[in-house]
Design a protein around this ligand. Structure first.
Ligand code: PLP
Length: 398
């Protein structure tokens, strides 16, 4: 009998009991808005910001409504404006070019290598086209950040990090989100902490932090931001910074704080599952797993592999055959956007130039989610199913 997997790839774990209790507490007292506090009370949002800043070693942190909002706010705070160009990864998800478009700027896409990180040669070739790089650590793959820092310093490029898939990760012992001028995180349901929607922005730069707080809609109550810069940092900015509301509320912050306390443990649990998949998919003819650098302390909350040189038809068949056995694969090479995956040429508003070398990588790129509700031994079953289906199709391919 053929093995079949019957679990769900989209089911998250419940919110920890401590988060549920804290959320009920906020609902009972009714002060959901971050600036609505009783005398002597510190808002849950502020506590979250302080704890998150401490967890990554940042001076300042701002909690906002979404990861995409954090990205657009970071761009605004660095002065990116209508008509500017911004360098970004060609391999990413729609909120990233969307954040660039939100400020009226235009993305210039930089290619992806077959290790799924930014192509530094392509970056060097395009370095003159923009002064900001919105770097997406897409699917948790972190490029050589030491080398990237050198390249960007040489060309006077400022880095914003999109850490939607690298919360809790690090390169060379330094947390993801701390290499660039600004680090942006998402707390949307499928990321590493879940408040449904939400985002966090970190920086050491007092001016960037002050601008971000004012943009987010501070009602001039910025002195309540205990994880923000001192009052003087705001003095010159309050009249010139529009309010573009995107605050986080105390309910979400209450749900997130207990999750932050156990983030490292959760990341280790993701990595056990990732390792089970990797062990099961190594040495499958026709299938290439992505090799990771020793310096990369990634969080294996999703898994990618390549089917290099396969025809589109054969890859569709592989996806279909695995789906029939309960394994939900996504293919980044599909010509039409589907679910959360879309290819850069579907972002027509950005009028992207073709990137043939990246096209070849994306054409064979397959992705699966690694939810914590699926056990490591179930991931071994999932790997066996993929192995069998891919192996069988590869036989007929060659
Ligand atoms: C989820 C995500 C974001 C942020 O998305 P929001 O839904 O706005 O929180 C940014 N970049 C990537 C790669 C993402 O997957």
């Amino acid at each position: 009998m053929q093995e079949v997997f019957s679990g769900s790839f989209t089911q998250q774990e419940p919110i920890p009991e401590a988060g549920i209790a804290a959320a009920i507490d906020v609902m009972r007292h009714g002060r959901l808005h971050r600036y609505n506090t009783a005398p002597g009370e510190t808002a849950q949002t502020v506590l979250l910001e302080q704890e998150f800043a401490q967890s990554v070693g940042a001076r300042y942190c701002l909690a906002v409504a979404s990861g995409g909002y954090a990205l657009a706010t970071a761009l605004r705070a660095l002065g990116v404006t209508g008509g500017d160009t911004v360098l970004t990864n060609v391999f990413t998800l729609a909120p990233v070019p969307g954040a660039i478009a939100a400020v009226g700027a235009v993305p210039v896409f930089v290619g992806v290598t077959d290790e799924l990180v930014l192509d530094f040669d392509d970056l060097e070739a395009k370095a003159q086209q923009a002064r900001v790089l919105l770097l997406s650590h897409m699917r948790g793959h972190i490029c050589d950040m030491n080398r990237l820092t050198e390249i960007c310093e040489k060309h006077g490029i400022t880095i914003i990090e999109d850490c939607a898939h690298t919360m809790g990760a690090a390169w060379d012992e330094k947390p993801s989100g701390r290499w660039g001028k600004v680090g942006c995180f998402s707390c949307q349901t499928y990321k590493h902490m879940n408040s449904g929607e939400g985002g966090l922005l970190v920086t050491d730069d007092p001016e960037v932090a002050a601008r971000a707080i004012l943009y987010s809609g501070s009602y001039m109550l910025y002195e309540q931001h205990l994880a923000g810069p001192p009052k003087e940092a705001f003095d010159d900015l309050i009249y010139e910074t529009p309010n573009i509301s995107g605050r986080m509320d105390n309910l979400r912050a209450a749900i997130l704080r207990p999750q932050l306390a156990t983030l490292a443990k959760q990341c280790a649990r993701w990595n056990v599952r990732y390792a089970a998949l990797e062990a099961g998919l190594r040495d499958v003819p026709g299938l290439k797993v992505i090799e990771r650098s020793e310096k990369e302390h990634f969080v294996g909350s999703s898994f990618q592999f390549l089917l290099p040189g396969w025809s589109a038809e054969k890859i569709s068949q592989a996806v279909e055959c695995c789906a029939r056995r309960g394994v939900a694969l996504k293919w980044f090479g599909a010509s039409d956007p589907s679910g959360y995956t879309s290819r850069y040429d579907s972002w027509a508003y950005a009028a992207p130039d073709p990137l043939p070398a990246s096209d070849r990588v994306l054409a064979g790129l397959v992705d699966l989610r690694v939810p914590l509700t699926i056990t490591p031994s179930e991931f071994s079953v999932i790997a066996r199913i993929i192995r069998e289906e891919v192996g069988r199709l590869y036989q007929t391919e060659t």
